[in-house]
Structures are given as C-alpha cells and as structure tokens.
Design a protein around this ligand. Structure first.
Ligand SMILES: [Fe+2]
Length: 326
C-alpha cells in the first residue's frame, strides 16, 4: 500500500542507497564492515588538522562516488527528477516542470566525482573472487587508480552542484550502489540461465527490458571480442561495478585465472584489444541500459514509498513492482 505521507528526506534516501549497495556488494557485508572499521582506525590515528580534512562520510559509506551534493535538510521529498547524467540543463528542466524537490543523478558530480578513483579498490576484490590472486589484482589496479585520480583532477567538478544550489534544488547521486544492484541482478540471471555459448549470454541479456529497450536505439547488448559460437568458459562480471574501467593489463591475469568471458557495461578500444589478445570473449551489455537497470532497482524502493519519479537523461525507467493505490 502506498502512503503519500511516507516520503523520505534526502538523508534517508542517501542512507537507503548505501544500505542497498552494501547488500548487493560482491564483497559481502562482513568484508565491507571490515573495510569500514579499517577506515575508522585510520581516521582515529590522524591528527586534528588531518581529521578536519577527512571526509567523515567515509566512516559509514564505503562508496566514495555516492554523496549528497546539495542537501535540503528535513525536506520530505515528493518528486524526483532522475537520470544518468544530471547537469545544469536537467536542473532547468526540473524548474520548468515545477515542484521537483530532488535531482538524483547516477554518474558522480561534485565531490563524488572528485573521489571516484577511491571506489575502484572494489575491483580488486571482485577479481580475487574470480580467481586472480589479490596481490596481482591490487598491484595492476594501483597504477590505473592513480591514473584515474589524475585524470579527474582537471574536471570542473562543482559546476552542476552550483546550479542546484542557485536553483534551490536538492541534489545527490547514486553510482556504485546502483551498479552493485545491476551486477547482482545480472549475476543471478546468468547463473539461472546457465549459458554454455557466448551467443546465449547475449540472448539472456536481451530478455532484460532495459536492454531490450536500448536495442530499439541501437544500444543493446553486443559482442566486442570472440564469437557467439565460442564456449563461454568461466563468466566474470568484472566490469559492471567499481567506479570506472580498470587496468588493461588485467586481461592477461584474468585469462591465467581461467576466465573465459567478461560481461561488461562498456569497454575502450585499448581494453578490447588486450582482452582479444588473451582469447577472452567480451560481451557488452550496454552502458546506459545497464546503468538504468541498477538505478531502477533503487528507484522502485523510492516509488514504493510514494515518491514520484520522473526519468530523464537517458534513464530507461522499468518498474519491477505492482503499484497499489490507497
Ligand atoms: Fe555509467
């Protein structure tokens, strides 16, 4: 039963995103707890000046790319404009529509964009779970993480945050928690469908409504390397969550760990060439449709509470619950 009075504050929406992200995280709740405890230990050892600089959200939120960017404390959120990339243009759209309380982006902005690299450590744990020794996974990723950190340092991070502040709109983004939800969903589906050939993975992905919808605009699941007639071997969902693309040097290590096929959201040409060199099949599920899948699983929970969701900026909205009226 939906009660319109059951709406949430931005802080509660943010808390729910973190909670759902942890629940769906490939590392498991215990590992994340350990990670948060280690962060707390490190924080406590800092001097006063360093403590001032420390982002204390990190003590409860393991996802550096998910933050409240402009809070409206105590405001009950009734209407959200949400999309994959939410910039000034979308905020003006919100004003045009009227009565929008919160702008909810998937991709990071502001401080969540500035520390996107920090969440990439999750990728090492995922690779470890698929059989890559943790020292190798961490070693290869280290270089790439610092490369990403330098790459994002030049960006005008707060542009959209400033627009939200000026327009008086709440603003937050949910990145890795949503990607975790998508990864978990795909993992379950692939384990249930048990594809034997690469072509069967694509068939399985095309059954997901977000991907089916994306096919209509030419952005559906496709094969980047290998062939539909290849046997899948061990299937790894190593490129759905974990911030952004990992290291291209990883494919050699993945092949050695017995991974036969990668299912990812997107892949650069350099990464594709490396995967191909090491005989790894690469199935690309589709970027925006995979982002939409993860966001939808989260948005369903908000809509169940009676919050109105207006999708835009590429978000393919699919509901997975039956709406009951009160
Ligand atoms: Fe994305």
């Amino acid at each position: 039963m939906i009660k319109k009075s059951d709406t949430m504050t931005i802080k509660q929406i943010y808390g729910l995103a973190v909670e759902m992200g942890i629940k769906a995280d490939f590392r498991g709740k215990k590992e994340i707890q350990k990670f948060l405890e280690r962060t707390k230990e490190k924080f406590e050892k800092l001097n006063d000046e360093q403590k001032q600089e420390f982002d204390q959200e990190r003590l409860m939120n393991p996802y550096s790319d998910t933050r409240i960017l402009n809070d409206l404390p105590n405001k009950k959120i009734k209407r959200i404009l949400t999309g994959i990339d939410m910039e000034s243009a979308e905020m003006l759209l919100a004003k045009q529509i009227g009565d929008v309380d919160l702008i909810l982006a998937h991709h990071p902005e502001g401080k969540s964009l500035a520390s996107l690299d920090d969440v990439m450590h999750l990728q090492a744990d995922i690779l470890y779970q698929y059989g890559v020794p943790i020292n190798i996974a961490e070693g290869v990723l280290k270089e790439r993480i610092s490369e990403v950190s330098r790459g994002i340092s030049a960006i005008n991070h707060n542009r959209a945050v400033d627009a939200a502040r000026i327009l008086g709109l709440g603003f937050m983004n949910v990145h890795t928690p949503a990607d975790n939800l998508a990864a978990k969903f795909l993992d379950k589906k692939i384990k249930k469908d048990k594809p034997e050939y690469v072509g069967e993975i694509i068939k399985s992905l095309k059954e997901i409504p977000e991907h089916r919808e994306a096919m209509k605009i030419g952005a559906g699941p496709c094969l980047f390397t290998g062939s539909g007639d290849n046997r899948t071997g061990k299937i790894a969902l190593t490129e759905i969550t974990g911030g952004t693309s990992g290291s291209a040097k990883m494919y050699e290590k993945m092949a050695q760990a017995g991974i036969g096929t990668i299912v990812g959201m997107h892949m650069s040409e350099q990464h594709k060439k490396e995967a191909e060199k090491h005989n790894i099949n690469v199935v690309i599920a589709g970027h925006i449709s995979s982002d939409s899948l993860g966001m939808n699983l989260f948005l369903d929970e908000l809509e169940k509470k009676g919050i109105e969701i207006i999708p835009c900026s590429g978000l393919i909205r699919v509901k997975r619950f039956k709406k009951t009226r009160n």
